[in-house]
Design a protein around this ligand. Structure first.
Ligand code: HPA
Ligand code: ZN
Length: 337
């Protein structure tokens, strides 16, 4: 199909991908073997069979269990290098990766094991393939704000290796306001601010993320579509939303792929992007997500091009870099006739 070829060929930035969520079952088994860790599953099929989620928490329970196989810098390197190879094959030119340090330090894995492994793979991808990247350190919202402060402190020696902070994990019952002080501190450090909001949580959580945390980018944001005042504000302020259609489907945020808010957000003039979230758990990478929504919503070629443009406009790349990528998209668009 022609739209699929366009999706494959367009340069794109992926802005919502948790590196721990890119851990494919085969690598989970290999790392368990390498590190002498017992898993409750013997093969790829039984791992995949466990990936049936009724909601976000069902997924998170498995996500934390899966990341338990990640122990050494080499593990984090292998994980990241494998994701970057797949992203490159999808035409991804720039990635802004979430990582969950508390998911590792809470198990006794030192922070520097995590960051050194990630960093080596990211540096090599840029050097060898021109694939640029930023890291975004996420706080786990089911833990306390004090715990987030401790994590930020631990990360301070590596300040130049991450561009921002994010907020993820169990949304309901953990509103953005819980993290007001640590986000203020991150802002003072010159960090960019992102937060998951409106995935399961109500529109008020999106309001808090904007008003109390002062976020630069909104992750998911589906439920903002319930509130006309939020739609108007997100559009007027050009806030980027990182929507993840296959994730939404697998976590029952939407009942059907056809209910993905991507088309409605485009129609309302929102700066929406399409992303994979946790590709190993939700059935595909960024192009799988784009192809799936393009087919069922459906999307036009112009809308697919807008998504690709939005991914760079919503990134934390310097303007000159954004302009360079946008020019390449313009050349592809012009050739479509
Ligand atoms: N939501 C919240 N936390 C997460 C997600 C998500 O989609 N993926 C990984 N951690
Ligand atoms: Zn996410």
């Amino acid at each position: 199909m022609q739209l699929d070829a366009l999706i494959d060929g367009l340069p794109k930035a992926e802005l919502h991908m948790h590196i721990e969520g890119s851990l494919e079952p085969a690598m989970m088994l290999a790392l368990a073997r390498r590190n002498g860790i017992d898993l409750p599953w013997a093969d790829v099929e039984s791992i995949q069979a466990a990936y049936r989620f009724r909601n976000l928490q069902d997924f998170l329970d498995l996500y934390y269990q899966g990341m338990n196989v990640l122990r050494t810098p080499e593990d984090f390197y292998d994980l990241t290098a494998a994701y970057l190879a797949r992203a490159r094959a999808d035409g991804v030119r720039h990635v802004e990766l979430f990582f969950d340090p508390q998911g590792h330090t809470s198990r006794g894995v030192p922070f520097d094991h995590v960051i050194e492994g990630l960093w080596q793979a990211l540096t090599e991808a840029e050097r060898d393939h021109g694939l640029s990247s930023h890291l975004i350190l996420c706080f786990l919202r089911h833990l306390s704000e004090d715990d987030a402060f401790e994590t930020l402190k631990e990360a301070e020696p590596y300040r130049d290796r991450f561009i921002g902070v994010g907020l993820d994990s169990s949304e309901l019952g953990h509103p953005p306001t819980k993290f007001a002080r640590v986000f203020a501190r991150a802002r003072d450090m010159g960090l960019k601010l992102c937060a998951h909001a409106g995935e399961e949580g109500p529109p008020d959580y999106v309001r808090e993320a904007l008003d109390v945390l002062g976020i630069d980018r909104l992750d998911h944001g589906n439920r903002a579509m319930e509130a006309p005042d939020l739609i108007n504000r997100l559009a007027a302020d050009g806030i980027c939303l990182t929507v993840c259609p296959l994730s939404n489907l697998r976590l029952c945020v939407t009942d059907r792929l056809e209910d993905s808010p991507v088309a409605a957000m485009l129609e309302q003039g929102l700066r929406v992007t399409v992303n994979s979230d946790d590709p190993a758990y939700f059935g595909g990478g960024i192009n799988d997500n784009l192809r799936a929504v393009a087919r069922v919503l459906p999307l036009s070629a112009d809308q697919v091009i807008t998504l690709s443009r939005n991914s760079f406009l919503g990134s934390f790349l310097p303007e000159a870099e954004q302009t360079r990528h946008l020019a390449e998209i313009d050349r592809i668009a012009a050739n479509l006739g």
